[in-house]
Ligand binder design. Structure first.
Ligand SMILES: Nc1nc2c(ncn2[C@@H]2O[C@H](COP(=O)(O)OP(=O)(O)OP(=O)(O)O)[C@@H](O)[C@H]2O)c(=O)[nH]1
Ligand SMILES: [Mg+2]
Length: 327
């Protein structure tokens, strides 16, 4: 495989080359991993930065509808938009974005948009790395905006927030008690909360819900990366394409402030460091799953249970087996 050629074609905005490169980074095969590493190294530091927007929301809240409307609005402004997904359930559903490409029918046909379904892989660590690498490829390609969608379950929000410049939380209009249902940790990650479906009969409920969340956001600890007024809550209707311009204005204002204040660069540096540590951890965990070590763990586990070895002595023996230099 000619990696230099693939790089050149990506830099020339050849979409087939991009799709091929993403397939390469998604592969678990050792030779593919090596090529992917080489390609990413080639493309590293080419100066292009997209605005990476993470978007999370529970099933049915309107993520696909929002991405379609919002994405079309951005491409109408002449911006190039890529859409990726972190979907821990995709192994089950067979790739959520692909599954509902009907909801993103217009966007998927737009020459300035690129939609990539989530790789089917149940292990979140693997999905995280592949998505992060796909983001880097889209950035090198020259997309202005990269949207990274995740369905709001479990840890996937953290994964997406840690690879985004802005993190949006999409919520549905709801009664008062349901506000409690949003975990504090997820609220704390949000830069902008969008209460969707603010149309028709749901409009007044949406406005009340929005006020509730705005109140809840004010109670959170102030973060250094926020100017006055952020994080904020607003209402939108993805279906009626209402409030989308306003939300984009807010995103732009926040982004500009962060760029000028240095928080943009600080966040990217902190994220790089986070992923470095995460990769080290994943690598060590993978070693524990490998043949000899796993067998020893199983055997020692039985001995520890039977009281024949102490837990720490058994752990020492396992750790002594790990060859971290060549693993
Ligand atoms: N009234 C109203 N309905 C909406 C709006 N946005 C989405 N919907 C509807 O809500 C339903 C779910 O929308 P989707 O965009 O598929 O939601 P999703 O978050 O992508 O759902 P999953 O992919 O299952 O996680 C659909 O019937 C949409 O038509 C909106 O702004 N207003
Ligand atoms: Mg969807």
């Amino acid at each position: 495989m000619d990696i230099a050629d693939l790089r050149d074609r990506i830099l020339k905005q050849d979409r087939r080359a991009l799709a091929r490169a993403i397939t390469l980074v998604e592969s678990a095969r050792a030779d593919h991993r090596a090529h992917a590493g080489e390609l990413l190294e080639f493309l590293r530091g080419n100066g292009k930065q997209a605005l990476r927007i993470g978007l999370s929301g529970t099933p049915g809240v309107g993520k696909s509808t929002f991405i379609e409307s919002f994405g079309m609005m951005l491409t109408a402004k002449g911006l190039k938009v890529a859409v990726l997904a972190v979907d821990p359930s995709s192994a089950r559903s067979g790739g959520s974005i692909l599954g509902d490409k009907t909801r993103m029918e217009r966007l998927s046909r737009d020459p300035n948009a690129f939609i990539r379904p989530s790789p089917s892989q149940s292990h979140l660590g693997g999905v995280a790395r592949r998505t992060r690498e796909a983001v880097a490829l889209c950035e090198a390609f020259g997309f202005d905006v990269v949207l990274i969608e995740t369905v709001g379950v479990g840890q996937s929000e953290t994964v997406v927030a840690e690879m985004s410049d802005l993190f949006l939380l999409l919520l549905a209009p709801a009664g008062g008690d349901e506000l409690q249902g949003v975990k504090r940790g997820i609220m704390e990650m949000a830069d902008i909360i969008l209460v969707n479906k603010a149309d028709g009969e749901l409009k007044s409920t949406a406005m009340r819900t929005c006020a509730d969340y705005a109140g809840a956001l004010r109670l959170l600890r102030k973060r250094p990366q926020d100017p006055e007024g952020f994080p904020k809550a607003m209402t939108v209707s993805a279906l009626q394409e209402d409030g989308l311009e306003k939300s984009w204005e807010e995103m732009t204002a926040l982004t500009e402030w962060r760029r000028e204040s240095g928080h943009w660069d600080m966040r990217r540096s902190a994220q790089a460091d986070y992923w470095f540590h995460e990769e080290v951890r994943q690598g060590v965990l993978a070693l524990l799953e490998s043949g000899d070590v796993k067998a020893a763990i199983d055997q020692l586990g039985a001995q520890v249970s039977a009281g024949e070895v102490t837990p720490s002595a058994a752990a020492d023996r396992v750790l002594g087996m790990l060859d971290l230099k060549t693993g």
